[in-house]
Design a protein around this ligand. Structure first.
Ligand SMILES: C[S@@+](CC[C@H](N)C(=O)[O-])C[C@H]1O[C@@H](n2cnc3c(N)ncnc32)[C@H](O)[C@@H]1O
Length: 383
């Protein structure tokens, strides 16, 4: 039986997640604001969680309907086949959100949905009492303009949590956004990558994982690992296949530098945890002293945005210096995410393309400067 699934995304990344879903072979892919819907089976739930690099979470879509009264919400929720997923000992919580809808009280909607699901499960399991001692099922009720969508979270913590970030530092980039920035660029594993503001190393690490085909979810747990319907064996098999798919012979040339020695220490530790420390060179270095190693490289970076008090002038100078560095070799491409609206005038060039993205709550632009493609000869040498 085909299952309706939803991969949530941050605003602006729908097309990237759609491409990932296509590459994974999912069917009936549809995108709308903040989500990519597709159909699949139990194995696809495992695959989506293990392999999607840019999605937020993967949900089983239970149903969608219009409701403007609590009775409509209760009845239509109860009509859905909850027992297909939630076993008798299942532990379930309801989370919710409501936007521009008649039913605006989220706690009330959550309580109604919980009650409706309990009533449905009572009928199925012929019992009045549930211990809720088993696996966790988080149900989300989301209402947008009176249209209710009910879904169960298969991921648990957000998919950006790869399990390699030892500890957080100041303003880290979400792993999913870092991977999207890379996938939106022309960087490929045979081109040099440089991040001169690498912080905890997220961009270099995500690039190396992509190059080596390391599944982003290999080192973490997922809510649906405990689910009866999916089964531990399916997860075990998918993990095994993912391990076998890693190509450690791929040796991308990746550089990360940062002015902060503590950040570089952390980046090194993270890269080691992710299994990519042997192909990234990390260095403590102010960006103003950065040089471009080799030809046809790609700079991808998340510099400071100048939003902190007293930081603005310094950041403006950094952007000017970055533009000057990039001018020293026109074979390079550059991709920079920042919220600074006059970035292009400091950098000294209008971007070839600009894409609106959210870095957490911060509205940013992703400035894309596309240099020439490497000559074909290099490709031939490789073959
Ligand atoms: C927004 S953070 C980057 C976070 C990084 N993408 C991550 O995921 O951890 C900006 C980084 O720029 C670094 N930085 C600030 N001024 C710098 C400079 N002049 N040269 C190099 N790095 C600098 C900071 O230490 C900080 O790590």
């Amino acid at each position: 039986m085909s299952i309706d699934l939803i991969a949530t995304t941050t605003f602006g990344l729908e097309a990237v997640v759609k491409r990932e879903c296509q590459a994974l072979g999912f069917q009936n892919i549809k995108t709308s604001d903040g989500k990519v819907e597709f159909t699949g089976d139990e194995s696809d739930i495992v695959k989506a969680n293990l392999w999607l690099r840019c999605a937020g979470r993967v949900w089983v879509k239970m149903g969608t309907f219009t409701a403007v009264t609590f009775t409509e919400l209760f009845d239509q929720t109860k009509a859905l086949p909850w027992g297909d997923w939630i076993p008798e000992d299942g532990k379930f919580t309801v989370v919710g959100k409501s936007v521009k809808s008649t039913l605006f009280s989220v706690p009330d909607c959550q309580a109604i949905v919980k009650k409706a699901v309990v009533e449905k499960l009572k009928d199925k399991y012929k019992t009045d009492w549930f211990d809720e001692t088993g696996a966790s099922y988080t149900i989300q009720v989301s209402i947008l303009k009176d249209v209710v969508t009910l879904a169960i979270d298969t991921s648990g913590s957000g998919l950006h949590m790869r399990g390699y970030r030892a500890s957080a530092m100041d303003a880290p980039l979400k792993e999913s956004l870092a991977s999207a920035m890379i996938q939106l660029s022309y960087w490929r594993k045979d081109r040099i990558l440089l991040d001169p503001f690498c912080g905890s190393g997220t961009i270099p690490i995500e690039a190396a994982m992509l190059a080596r085909n390391i599944a982003p979810g290999l080192n973490r747990k997922f809510a649906s690992e405990e689910w009866e319907r999916i089964g531990k064996e399916r997860w075990k098999q998918a993990r095994k296949e993912a391990y076998q798919a890693i190509d450690y012979d791929v040796m991308p040339e990746i550089y990360g530098s940062d002015i902060d020695p503590a950040a570089i220490e952390l980046a090194k530790a993270n890269a080691e945890l992710a299994g990519v420390d042997d192909c990234i060179t990390f260095e403590v270095k102010p960006s103003q002293e950065a040089t471009l190693p080799g030809k046809y490289g790609v700079l991808i970076s998340n510099p400071p945005y100048g939003e902190r008090i007293g930081e603005l002038k310094e950041v403006e100078n950094m952007y000017r210096a970055l533009g000057a560095t990039m001018k020293t070799d026109t074979t390079w491409s550059a991709y920079v995410i920042t919220s600074m609206e006059y970035f292009e005038s400091l950098y000294g060039r209008k971007a070839d393309r600009k894409r609106k993205l959210f870095n957490g709550r911060i509205k940013t632009d992703y400035y894309q400067y596309e240099g020439p493609r490497p000559p074909r000869k290099e490709k031939k040498d490789e073959e």
